[in-house]
Write a protein that binds this ligand. Structure first.
Ligand SMILES: Cc1cc2nc3c(=O)[nH]c(=O)nc-3n(C[C@H](O)[C@H](O)[C@H](O)COP(=O)(O)O)c2cc1C
Length: 502
């Protein structure tokens, strides 16, 4: 039987017995930078300027509808370096880690970026891989490639389509550490990157559209993935929208074995069948009406009272969007200090804006997720569990019982979480998702959680607060403490608060 969102999720739940803490196989540690050794890469131009727009203006403004000026290599370089660039280096006894402009569970960076260049000024059309470490583009297919051409021909609105970015996930980068649970983190990580890429496109004035429903098997074949190892998860279209529809795989010519081999990242790779199965069972796109499945009403929660929590105001003192991206880090040194109510609302306003349908996210993917928060130490807000209504911009008080202290214990005793002012919670009813979208809906819920988590990271950094995403928790204990029904789960937690030395 094909696995469903709920069966995969249940299989990969942590409990106190399932955290054996097997040692990591360090000699087999995955490479975090994909390389095509046999192909000469094209260096990207230096980035001399980054967008100066304010993060709140960026979130509150509408996405440009029309391509005003062409996309050139300089602008592409700027977009790639801000969305997935190296921002810091740290040496530990075992290794040196190069940190990036997005968070990643365990700093394992399973996501990669590719793009189809259709119309970029003074640049050969074709398919390219973005090399993060040496800031370069590796050509994988030329514009005269018949498979690429057929993808272009089947597109509509192609006159204005400049490029299509594809975000992929390499399974073993993450499953080396997280085993069969890794698919969750790969999707969350992809969501963080999608949000960062979308913001970079918006900040540079480019119209774009995010799409999770495309023929990802065909695209993976075109890019040259070994589909047991690497898969395409999301496409981001610049300029117009293309429809990469189901087509005959035979149409695309095979790439060299060296290109396919580049999806391998370790000397010995374990294939986790649960991951392959849930991914493959989500290959089919179940067409749904645009209607939202209203997940919040399916969690088994009954908020007692709703209060308004939006102000849609730009904060006075904050970093710009680019500064926030470059300075963003996971910060865990929370100090037990009250968060101003206005600051909290500025943060939640960003989440509301990122969740809004007009943020160029196709169809109702964001409807796969419900947002809540545990108020720990927020001015004028009694501690407890609240559900957020993203349409009416209100918070519903559910219960005083789940506390940030209790949640810290459930998050594998990460005690520093006790001192965070607020834990944002991303939850879903996975049975509803299965019924509404089929197993593919799991991707929508997890990638949306990652996107919104990234919005929080940037908002917190811009406001001088600390922030850290948490994917490690005992799932059933999390569900119980929040009072969720049997079909519903906490998918991701993001802690925010004042930290030492920001
Ligand atoms: C999906 C996801 C899950 C994470 N889970 C945890 C966690 O459980 N505990 C933790 O301390 N950090 C967690 N992190 C933070 C990562 O460890 C951090 O992003 C990574 O080390 C890179 O560092 P940076 O965010 O400072 O760039 C998580 C991040 C992501 C994106």
């Amino acid at each position: 039987m094909n696995p469903s969102a709920i069966s995969y999720h249940k299989t990969t739940c942590y409990d106190r017995n399932r955290m054996r803490g097997d040692p990591l196989d360090w000699p087999n540690q995955p490479r975090v930078f994909k390389a095509y050794d046999s192909i000469e890469a094209i260096p990207l131009p230096e980035v001399d300027k980054l967008p100066e727009i304010d993060l709140w203006h960026l979130y509150f403004s509408k996405t440009t509808k029309r391509l005003e000026s062409g996309l050139d290599l300089k602008r592409l370089s700027q977009i790639l370096s801000i969305s997935y660039g190296l921002t810091s280096t740290r040496s530990y006894s075992e290794q040196t880690v190069l940190y990036r402009s997005v968070a990643s569970a365990g700093a394992l960076y399973p996501a990669e970026i590719y793009f189809f260049a259709f119309s970029i000024d003074n640049f050969q059309p074709g398919l390219y891989h973005y090399g993060i470490k040496d800031r370069s583009l590796t050509p994988l297919r030329g514009g005269d490639d018949s498979a690429l051409m057929s993808t272009m021909t089947d597109s509509f609105e192609t006159q204005s389509l400049s490029a299509v970015f594809i975000i992929s996930g390499i399974f073993f980068r993450s499953s080396w550490k997280y085993r069969d649970r890794a698919y969750r983190y790969i999707l969350l990580d992809a969501g963080h990157l999608i949000e960062n890429l979308a913001l970079a496109l918006k900040a540079t004035g480019l119209p774009y559209a995010i799409d999770y429903d495309f023929d990802d098997g065909h695209i993976g074949h075109l890019i040259g993935f070994d589909d047991q190892k690497e898969v395409s998860l999301a496409s981001v279209h610049v300029g117009g929208r293309s429809s990469i529809t189901q087509k005959e795989l035979t149409k695309s010519s095979s790439l060299s074995p060296a290109i396919i081999e580049a999806s391998s990242v370790s000397p010995v790779e374990t294939v986790y069948e649960d991951i392959i199965d849930i991914h493959r069972s989500g290959i089919n796109i179940t067409k749904q009406s645009v209607k939202d499945p209203d997940i919040s009403s399916k969690l088994g929660l009954n908020p007692l009272e709703w209060i308004p929590i939006s102000q849609n105001k730009v904060p006075d003192k904050k970093l710009t969007y680019s500064e926030a991206v470059l300075r963003r880090r996971s910060r865990r040194n929370f100090i037990n200090q009250k968060l101003k109510k206005t600051t909290f609302i500025q943060l939640i306003d960003i989440v509301f804006a990122a969740r809004a349908e007009n943020f160029s996210v196709a169809k109702g993917y964001a409807g796969a997720l419900s947002i809540g928060f545990l108020a720990g130490n927020i001015e004028e807000l009694p501690p407890g569990f609240y559900l957020a209504d993203t349409v009416n911009k209100t918070a519903g008080y559910v219960d005083f019982e789940p506390t940030t202290n209790k949640m810290a214990a459930i998050c594998l005793n990460q005690q520093w979480l006790c001192s965070a002012s607020v834990h944002f919670l991303f939850m879903s009813n996975l049975n509803t998702i299965d019924r509404f979208w089929g197993p593919r809906g799991y991707r929508y819920a997890m990638m949306t959680a990652g996107r919104l988590g990234h919005a929080l990271y940037l908002g917190a950094t811009a406001l001088g607060l600390g922030c850290c995403g948490i994917g490690a928790f005992y799932d059933d204990e999390g569900k119980n403490i929040l009072g969720l029904n049997q079909e519903s789960y906490l998918l991701y937690l993001v802690a925010v608060g004042e930290v030492k030395g920001m």
